[in-house]
Design a binder for this molecule. Sequence first.
Ligand code: SD4
Length: 327
Amino acid sequence: MGSLGISAFAVKPVFALENKMVKPVLLSTWDAGIAANKPAWEILKNKGRALDAVENGVMVTEASQNCCVGLGANPDRDGFVTLDASIMDEFGNCGSVAFLERIKHPVSVARRVMEKTPHVLLVGEGAQKFAVSEGFPLEPAELSEDAKKSYRDWLKQSRYQPVINIENKQHGPFAPSQINGEWNHDTIGMIALDMNGNLSGSCTTSGMGFKMRGRVGDSPIIGAGLYVDNEIGAAVSTGVGEEVIKICGTHLVVEFMRQGMTPEEACKKAVERIVKRNGAKAKDIQVAFIAINKQGEYGGYSIQKGFNYALCTPAINNQLINPKYLF
Ligand code: SD4
């Protein structure tokens, strides 16, 4: 014990952590993360800023017509695609948009909210108006062909029943997907540690397919779908957003890391919290977290089998990882 009664081991010297640091490191949710990681990794490899990496990375997914994220995705129950996104930088600055329609790159609008307004979150008509004033084009309101088909199918029963988010290609056959039988998730989250040792994160989604009009999930809620603390780590989530919001999921993961847990342990603890709250109902819920800490350690955990994330490190060249799960 030192003279203040503090154990010599209680506080880790910063230089020891610095020595252990692995960088850059990049993680993103689901297999769409493989394509999204490519431009993000180029930025990180070239000593770019983590913030630029996580924005440019998820823009690939937002632009993809045949994907679960962005304007090509499933509509709400009234037949409109409404998008949520958030971004957070190494200074703790953050911006987000929710219930945004007809804009291709919500993550970039979220960044403008962060950088150009005194606010954190803009929604709906106001968010769209801001986007247009910033030069983002208003895209046609029409649904993609896949989304039209799945909406027609959904209308037959008009039942809102979130299916467990699973990567079918890897783990099928499972519950029917909402489009194409290929996937049934709607979000990409990305977190990065850059060569300067700084962290940032982004998250962008069309939300749960066939949600009520006006429904907003966890992805644009700072501390729920995304959280970054440059002293500690970053985390992002996917799955049933309502459950993530109820436990302030990604903030919880970062706080667990602050207490000394590894990223994987922290993600596990957070999904356990959701399971505990839900009892027997938890078997029908999917939530997953991925996290990274200041030393470049990373990990993920999900409630159900079937979640994966795409990983780049100096030693790992954009690989899909199947993390552990509870059930
Ligand atoms: C939401 N968390 O809006 C998102 C949905 C999701 O894969 O992650 N789907 O609740």
